[in-house]
Design a protein around this ligand. Structure first.
Ligand code: C2G
Length: 130
């Protein structure tokens, strides 16, 4: 069984999120998604989410392409997650291109997929403010 993992905030879940999860699942048989906690988002990304982390995890878990959801609490966990879950493929949108290539050293295939143009949680929030 080929296992795939990806990471994200998935705030205000939108088609860009769905597209990456769909394409990630197409690369294997089992998709694990690590969803950033509110604490991690605030402390490490300076992001305040509109949707709290427990709800974001529940929404992602309900997506048909997703087999398992885990919390993302720090930047370092990718290495240990890939070992712990016996991951074959690590996937991220190409806005992260090159940032996680170190995972190749532990035998994980690293794939950056093109982002979906014209949509982002930040854009949605800005539009709502107008
Ligand atoms: N994404 C996409 N197209 C968009 C928006 C997002 O393909 N229009 C992808 C991103 O590239 C990412 C995933 O959807 O792979 C989740 O995006 P975010 O929720 O914005 O996640 P981010 O803040 O990039 O956090 O450790 C990694 C971080 O947790 C990633």
């Amino acid at each position: 069984m080929k296992k795939v993992i990806t990471y994200g905030t998935f705030d205000l879940f939108h088609i860009g999120h769905l597209n990456i999860l769909k394409r990630a699942k197409e690369l294997g048989d089992y998709l694990i998604v690590a969803v950033s906690t509110d604490k991690f988002n605030w402390e490490e990304k300076g992001k305040i989410c509109q949707i709290k982390d427990t709800d974001r995890m529940e929404i992602v878990k309900a997506i048909r392409y997703v087999d398992e959801v885990i919390p993302e609490t720090n930047w370092e966990q990718k290495k240990t997650d890939c070992e712990k879950y016996d991951v074959d493929i690590f996937v991220m949108g190409d806005d992260w291109k090159g940032k996680f290539d170190f995972l190749k050293e532990q035998g994980v295939e690293v794939i950056y997929l093109p982002r979906t143009e014209g949509i982002s949680s930040t854009q949605i929030k800005q539009d709502l403010k107008k």
